[in-house]
Structures are given as C-alpha cells and as structure tokens.
Design a protein around this ligand. Structure first.
Ligand code: NDP
Ligand code: 8X3
Length: 252
C-alpha cells in the first residue's frame, strides 16, 4: 500500500492529539510535533503498531529551527499528504487597556507566525507534487470578536485570512485548504489561557456539554475522506449549547 503521511502540529494535547490518533488509525504515518517530548512519547503508545511515527520536538516560534527540521526531513517522510496546523493557544483574557505584551507576543508568534513557518516549509513540496491537504484550526474567535478576546481573536482572524489566501494561491496546484473553526472544546486550552488556574479553567466548561477534542478529530476524518472533487472549505462547529462566541446556554 502507498505510504500516506500526515503532519499534526500541537499533537501533545487536546485537538491535535485526538487528530493525530485518528489519522494514524486511518492508516496515515504520523509526524507529530509539540514542545513536550514526554507527551509525544505517550502519544506513540496510543498509535496502531503498523503506523510509522516521527516525533519532532520544537517550538513553532523558533523560525530557524522549524524550517531546518521540516525542510530536512528524512527522505521517506518528505511527501506529506496532510498538514494539520493546530498548534496554538490563548494567553490571557484581559481588556486591551491592561493587556500583557508577553501574552500578545505569544499569541501572534504561535498562532499566526508559527502556522506560517510550518506552512512555508511544507507547501513547496505539495506544490511540486501538485497534491496535498492543509487543515488550519481556526476558531469561532476568528469569526467573531468577544470582550477581552482582542488579540486572541485577532490571531484567529489572521488564521481565517491566511487560510482564504492559501486556498486561492494553492488552487492551481489542486491542494485542498480547509479551515475548522471550533467553539468551546474542553482541552488544556483554558488551563493555558488562565496560566494554570485550574478552577477558573474548569468553570469555562461547567453547566453545559462542551465539545471534546474527538469531535474535531471526527470532522477532520470526514473532511479528509471526501472525494477528490470535494473540499470542506470552511467549517464552524459549536457545542449545541453555544449560539455564538458569547451566547452560551448554561444550566448554572
Ligand atoms: P491544548 O492546550 O490542549 O493544545 C495546544 C497544543 O498546541 C499543544 O499540543 C501544545 O503543545 C501546542 N503548542 C502551543 N504552543 C506551542 C508552541 N509555542 N510551539 C509548539 N507547539 C505549541 O489546546 P487545544 O487542543 O484546544 O488547541 C488546539 C488548537 O485549537 C489551537 O490552535 C486553539 O487555538 C484551537 N481552538 C481551541 C478551542 C478550544 O475551545 N479548546 C476552540 C477553537 C480553537 P506543547 O505545549 O507541547 O508545545
Ligand atoms: C477557543 C474558543 O471561545 O475561547 O478558540 O475563543 S474561545
């Protein structure tokens, strides 16, 4: 059988981890990235034995490292069929007037520039082969802005814009470009946003049924298995209890 390869960024947790396992179960050999090497080791234990696994530990902010790692992949790993640009987080939830510059840097550098660095390394090969699929994980925060979401929302609006641009520029090469914009998904996202404050993070998901990471992985599986002439270009997925970024029917 022909080798099929998927690269998932941010595969150490949440949506990326669930997506990595799902794609591996579908038969994709897997390049999984993140900063936490131990989590990538643990991920390996969840994969079918017959799937090849290449863990890559890097910070997507480190431009030269990202480019050198991804442009110098072993020959058997170079022909990536699916790139899932998932790595990202919110840092802080503060009004703009008291925003923290380090948080702003992190969100722009990881969610936007990191996605661009990884894409820059992978897209030329897809163009050469005139095939491939890029799945960018946006957010409802890329479709709407909510109070105190300012820079995180800006970063995800940027992901939305970059995705649309990719779809246009890569259209002549037959590369499918897909954006998935989830609402509230219970992952480590809020723990990171609130800098380890577990009680505050847990509260975000109380009083309703949030999405779980596997819900997004299932949508990715569906998107990936569409026939050659079909692309699920832009998908917003919310918990049933959520009507917009700010309207959530909580039973509290
Ligand atoms: P998690 O915090 O569970 O996972 C985030 C992943 O991103 C981790 O694997 C983390 O790996 C990786 N990551 C973060 N920063 C870096 C970095 N500097 N370099 C490399 N990897 C990094 O959150 P989610 O699974 O929820 O988030 C995944 C994506 O989904 C993000 O883009 C997020 O914005 C988006 N999203 C999440 C929603 C939610 O409600 N949870 C809703 C909408 C979109 P490590 O720490 O090991 O580096
Ligand atoms: C994550 C969802 O609503 O916290 O992107 O921004 S939200």
């Amino acid at each position: 059988m022909e080798k099929k390869i998927a690269l998932v960024t941010g595969a150490t947790s949440g949506i990326g981890r669930a997506t990595a396992i799902t794609l591996a179960k579908m038969g994709y050999d897997l390049i999984a990235t993140g900063r936490r090497a131990d989590r990538l080791e643990e991920l390996k234990t969840q994969l079918p034995k017959e799937v090849d696994f290449l863990p890559l530990v890097f910070d997507v902010r480190d431009r030269s490292n990202v480019l050198s790692m991804l442009t110098n992949l072993p020959p058997s790993w170079k022909n990536i069929n699916i790139l899932v640009n998932n790595a990202g987080n919110a840092h802080g939830l503060d009004p703009i007037q008291t925003g923290n510059l380090d948080d702003w840097d992190a969100m722009i550098d990881i969610n936007v520039k990191g996605l661009l660095y990884v894409s820059n390394a992978i897209i030329p090969g897809m163009c050469e082969r005139r095939s491939g699929m890029i799945i960018n994980i946006g957010s409802i925060a890329g479709k709407e802005v909510y109070p105190n979401g300012n820079v995180y929302c800006a970063s995800k609006h940027a992901v939305d814009a970059v995705t649309q641009g990719m779809r246009m520029d890569l259209n002549p090469f037959g590369i499918k470009v897909i954006a998935i914009h989830p609402g509230l998904v219970e992952t480590e996202f809020s723990l990171v946003r609130f800098k380890g404050d577990e009680a505050r993070a847990e509260k975000i998901y109380q009083g309703y049924q949030p999405l779980v990471a596997q819900d997004i992985a299932d949508i990715i599986e569906f998107a990936v298995t569409r026939p050659a002439h079909v692309v699920l270009a832009d998908i917003v997925v919310l918990p049933t209890a959520q009507a917009s970024a700010t309207v959530i029917n909580k039973d509290l």
